[in-house]
Design a protein around this ligand. Structure first.
Ligand SMILES: CC(C)(COP(=O)(O)OP(=O)(O)OC[C@H]1O[C@@H](n2cnc3c(N)ncnc32)[C@H](O)[C@@H]1OP(=O)(O)O)[C@@H](O)C(=O)NCCC(=O)NCCS
Length: 430
């Protein structure tokens, strides 16, 4: 495509420049549309709208490609770790040994919550959802500036705040779990890495040494890595929108958590397990349920199958399935829900209904199963997604902050309400 397209509107021809991305995707720059014609575009849910240029993540849904900063997700999954990948996403390059050490050290230095934050935890009712605690506590942590960062410009303190968010999202998540389960607080250990420390802070018991199972550590680290960024999804767009007002990174990340909470976004992994539980309670092995899905009986869907962007396969699902089999094999877990999941997968992958509609397992199908096997409660599944996604949110925040052309995000609308009318006094209203 050449550098301009022509739009004819009310007989007037408007030349609009095109912008071609690194991988050949074409965007039509409509920046002059309203000023030249008075019209705007209408694209609810933004399916056709590029809201930004970004150098962080590339997805080709048709080909099943996902790349972070130009590195293929399958290669990162085998060769990298969540923390190294977090650095790559935020700073654009794989770290040198010294950079990685420094980053890890910064994460360790920032992992403890301010002691006064325990009062916030105490104020939540036992039934509080971990996602509501997470968003509130991330926001609250901006009220406890460290002496290192206090009063300094956002750009200067960014590395500290980035480390604090990535480190403390884990501390907040595990603290809310321990409070809900009546367990005393558990503090990170300096000899454990990020993911080992997550497991330690979740599951260690007073007076007992917690030794993380390496296969579980690897599986969880992989789940975090595979969720670390996914281009301009609902929560990431929310983070960028809030960041565009120059709100701080804590406020922006907290808004991302709120957007992620919904079942159409981060809540899907929980929906997979709820579906499996329901099938089990009905005494079905999955066959009856799949027939209902295929007959569109009750508008049921096979949760964890299909994807809006990936139409041939979800590259993350291919990677996580392998890990799922390893973890289940290692743990020798006998779980009727896992048996149902395997049966559903086996039937659906060979059934014409699913094959002809290009419905394949997505990352949520397997990550939910692994998390259940590890012992993570269902209401924390979306929190696990948030821990993984934090580097992506932080990287996108940085991209907005560093963009000297950035303006506050402010979409327009097509008004469909009443035309101008006169105010009616209360006594005259019917
Ligand atoms: C992810 C999802 C919303 C994508 O939807 P989409 O791309 O808009 O696809 P559509 O809703 O247009 O569906 C296309 C066809 O496949 C069917 N379909 C899509 N996902 C299905 C599923 N999970 N189970 C059964 N049928 C499904 C639709 O009923 C429709 O069938 P039809 O052509 O006979 O009407 C959808 O696949 C889904 O609901 N999956 C389950 C939820 C889930 O796992 N979400 C996590 C995503 S990471």
């Amino acid at each position: 495509m050449n550098g301009t397209v022509e739009l004819i509107i009310d007989g007037q021809t408007l030349k609009l420049p095109t912008y071609v991305g690194t991988e050949g995707e074409v965007g039509i720059d409509i920046g002059t549309l309203r000023s030249k014609t008075g019209a705007i575009t209408l694209d609810p849910a933004y399916g056709n709208t590029g809201a930004c240029k970004s150098a962080i993540t590339f997805i080709d849904g048709e080909k099943g490609i996902l790349q972070y900063r130009g590195y293929d997700i399958a290669e990162l999954a085998v060769r990298s770790t969540f923390i190294e990948t977090a650095y790559l996403l935020i700073y654009g390059e794989l770290p040198t040994k010294d950079q990685l050490d420094e980053f890890s050290q910064l994460l360790s230095q920032n992992q403890m919550l301010h002691a006064d934050m325990r009062f916030h935890f105490d104020a939540f009712p036992p039934s509080a959802h971990p996602m509501s605690i997470l968003s509130a506590m991330i926001h609250a942590s901006s009220s406890y500036p460290s002496p290192v960062t206090h009063g300094k410009p956002a750009r200067e303190v960014f590395p500290f705040h980035a480390a604090r968010l990535i480190s403390q999202v884990r501390t907040i998540a595990t603290s809310s779990y321990r409070k809900a389960h009546g367990l005393p607080p558990s503090y990170p250990r300096s000899h454990l890495n990020y993911t080992e420390n997550f497991l330690h802070m979740m599951f260690s018991l007073p007076g007992e040494e917690y030794v993380p199972n390496p296969e579980i550590v690897r599986a969880l680290d992989l789940i975090f890595l595979l969720h670390a960024d996914h281009e301009q999804n609902c929560s990431t767009s929310t983070v960028r929108m809030v960041a565009s007002s120059q709100a701080n990174v804590f406020a922006s990340a907290s808004a991302g958590v709120c957007a992620l909470w919904g079942p159409l976004h981060g809540g899907a992994n929980q929906a997979v397990l709820e579906m499996l539980e329901e099938i089990h309670l009905e005494g079905d092995d999955g066959t009856k349920f799949l027939n209902a899905v295929k007959n569109k009986d009750g508008n049921r869907r096979l949760m964890g199958f299909g994807h809006r962007v990936y139409k041939n396969f979800d590259p993350r699902a291919v990677i996580i399935k392998e890990q799922c089999d390893k973890v289940l094999g290692q743990l020798h877990k006998s779980d009727p829900l896992l048996d149902i999941a395997k049966k559903l997968e086996e039937i659906a992958l060979h059934d014409d209904y699913f094959v002809s509609r290009k419905l394949y397992p997505n990352v949520d199908f397997y990550s939910g199963i692994i998390m259940r096997a590890i012992g993570i409660p269902m209401d924390m599944f979306t929190v696990m997604f948030a821990i993984g996604r934090m580097p992506g949110w932080v990287a996108n925040y940085k991209e907005v902050m560093d963009d000297t052309d950035s303006r506050i995000s402010r979409p327009r609308q097509i008004y469909t309400g009443e035309k101008l009318r006169q105010y009616t006094a209360l006594s005259d209203r019917a």
